[in-house]
Design a protein around this ligand. Structure first.
Ligand code: NAD
Ligand code: ZN
Length: 245
């Protein structure tokens, strides 16, 4: 049985992708053939689609919200929440996922670099902060309005838009000594570059998933398997030794 030792002075940066939620029943884009209602997913999650066909975009994210509400965290989400409970501020989680399964498993020190399904924000970028929104809308007329009057949009980073919280993410990668990357194909940037940034700083980097990612060569080790099967029991956390009297 493989194990990953976590030393007393390690700082752990975790990056998760769609694969960690696959065993909760939320398909990765690839697993669902990359198609939805006859459209390529890449053609729906864009600023252009929001402009030209907001009803289609809202339909897609309403369906995602409904699916997410029915899903529950799996043993992989729970294993990461337990690791955070042991490591405290030596742990940081960055997810590319827009579902809230990490939070529901008990993770706190996390950022959603690609946004969150359970929030909406102004489609005109008026500066109003995102609002909590679990709405599943049958038609565009049901979608709420921002305080400025513009229609709300899903709080999602579309293809071609800037990921969120990059300053904090960069800082956390810079001070990490161990990077764990779970369930992401290594094809979406800048997330696919995180492993290079970490290893440039001398950090160890381990990939966990059933297939080798595109950037496999950059990792120190690869643990092959489904996240929910592999993560529980994978980490061996060394106790810090109290200073000698
Ligand atoms: P991706 O590029 O992250 O690829 C999915 C990866 O998951 C693949 O490498 C696959 O081998 C791996 N995988 C499949 N089952 C797994 C398992 N049981 N355990 C561990 N790994 C597993 O994802 P994508 O689907 O191409 O998505 C692209 C973008 O869309 C990313 O930002 C992604 O996070 C987002 N997305 C999010 C969700 C979500 O929030 N649940 C769902 C679909 C897509
Ligand atoms: Zn507004």
């Amino acid at each position: 049985m493989t194990s990953i030792p976590i030393h007393a002075n390690d700082r752990v940066f975790v990056l998760t992708g769609a694969g960690i939620s696959a065993e909760s029943g939320l398909p990765t884009f690839r697993a669902s053939d990359g198609l939805w209602a006859g459209h390529r997913v890449e053609d729906i999650c864009t600023p252009e689609a929001l402009e030209m066909n907001p009803a289609l975009v809202w339909d897609f994210y309403s369906k995602r919200r409904a699916d997410c509400a029915k899903a529950a965290p799996n043993p992989a989400h729970i294993a990461l929440a337990e690791l955070e409970a042991k490591l405290g501020e030596r742990f940081f989680l960055c997810t590319q996922n827009v579902d809230d399964l990490h939070e529901r498993a008990g993770s706190h020190r996390l950022v959603h670099m690609h946004g969150e399904l359970a929030k909406s924000r102004c489609s005109e970028d008026c500066g109003a902060p995102p609002v909590e929104d679990h709405g599943v809308y049958a038609s565009l007329s049901e979608v709420g309005r921002c305080i400025c009057g513009a229609r709300l949009r899903p709080h999602i980073v579309f293809f071609g838009e800037m990921p969120l919280e990059m300053g904090r993410i960069q800082k956390e990668i810079d001070r990490s000594t161990l990077m764990l990357v779970i369930g992401t194909s290594g094809s979406v940037y800048p997330a696919a570059n995180f492993v290079h940034w970490a290893s440039r700083n001398g950090a160890r980097a381990v990939y966990i998933g059933p297939e080798r990612p595109l950037n496999a060569g950059a990792f120190t080790a690869i643990v092959e398997g489904k996240a929910g099967a592999v993560l529980p029991g994978l980490f061996v956390v060394e106790e810090s030794v109290p200073p000698a009297q």
